[in-house]
Design a protein around this ligand. Structure first.
Ligand SMILES: [Zn+2]
Length: 327
């Protein structure tokens, strides 16, 4: 079967490179390494700049943007920067664009908020364009509540949303508390902010009840606002025991009204070697463990989804999102 081009909305290669100075983008220990991306016919991979809530967070955020820039220079034969007008092509190189997974990467908990905007501008000048910003990760920070927190949108988060207005950077709901998701949707609507809303790497709570997964209501709001939702491959967010649950999440997404315009991939490959959590080991089912696995999944979906729907899942929905939001 022909391998469709793939667009994937989330992986954490940059923090792996930052924390492991001997690691390279070719590293076979990483699920979205260059050899896997190429074998998987991945046309575009979004590269997240990940930081936790920590004192060094903004330094680590900026440092990852420098690594991104350096990677584009060092691997120019293998990687190309993606911009407005992007469409999947026969270019054998893997397209890339950066994103920000947690706004802690532009400002720690104590520095003045002005630093956030200065660091954001520095990061954007290093990486050319940011696909999206997720305000939080699992925990709460100065911008709002993460997946395992209760806080909603805070004044610093409002200021950051105002700053993002009209800058063609999406707000990502994948790591928000329910209150933060609600407040972001409400605030952007009330203020008429031009900030696209997406979930870069999240599944559905109706299929697997987990705080990392989207409620039906939030999924519908993303769809109705023209956003995209990237399906996550991590076992903990699918179903601990059933590899086939990924198919259930995808089918559920396509059954939502308008869902066929939004459902995409956000596999969420990250380095698990320095992340010991016995309850989550293995982090991925072997059938989803690296970027070569999209196509076996697509073959399993043939019959449930039409050829056009498979193309939407593989790349067309993100292509459409880029065409509608980037100039
Ligand atoms: Zn994540």
């Amino acid at each position: 079967m022909e391998k469709l081009p793939i667009i994937d909305l989330h992986c954490d290669l940059l923090v792996y490179l930052l924390m492991n100075p001997d690691a390279t983008p070719d590293d076979g220990a990483f699920g979205a390494s260059l050899p896997f991306l190429k074998e998987g016919n991945v046309s575009l991979q979004v590269m997240a700049i990940f930081t936790a809530v920590e004192e060094e967070s903004s330094k680590r955020g900026v440092a990852q943007s420098v690594l991104y820039k350096q990677m584009l220079d060092d691997y120019s034969k293998d990687i190309s920067q993606v911009g407005a007008g992007y469409q999947v092509t026969q270019d054998p190189r893997v397209g890339m664009i950066a994103s920000l997974e947690s706004a802690s990467g532009i400002c720690n908990e104590v520095e003045p908020l002005e630093n956030a905007f200065r660091n954001l501008d520095t990061i954007i000048s290093n990486v050319n364009r940011l696909f999206y910003i997720s305000f939080t990760h699992h925990t709460e920070n100065r911008f709002g509540g993460g997946n395992y927190a209760k806080a909603g949108l805070k004044p610093d988060g409002e200021a950051l949303l105002d700053y993002m207005g009209g800058k063609e950077i999406a707000i990502d709901l994948s790591h928000t508390s329910d209150a933060l998701a609600h407040d972001i949707l409400d605030y952007t609507y009330r203020k008429g902010l031009k900030v696209p809303v997406i979930a870069s790497h999240s599944n559905f709570r109706d299929i697997w009840d987990h705080p990392r997964n989207l409620t039906r209501e939030n999924a519908m709001e993303i769809i109705n606002r023209g956003g995209v939702i990237g399906m996550n491959f991590l076992r903990a967010f699918l179903n601990n025991d059933e590899p086939g649950a990924l198919l259930d999440h995808i089918r559920y997404g396509f059954d939502l009204p308008g869902g066929e315009n939004a459902i995409s991939f956000g596999a969420d490959f990250f380095y698990t070697g320095d992340f010991p959590d016995p309850a989550r080991d293995p982090y991925y089912f072997p059938v989803h463990e690296d970027a070569t696995k999209y196509h076996a999944l697509m073959d399993q979906l043939r019959g449930d989804l039409s050829e056009d729907q498979l193309k939407r899942l593989a790349y067309k929905n993100v292509e459409r999102f880029i065409a509608s939001n980037w100039t």
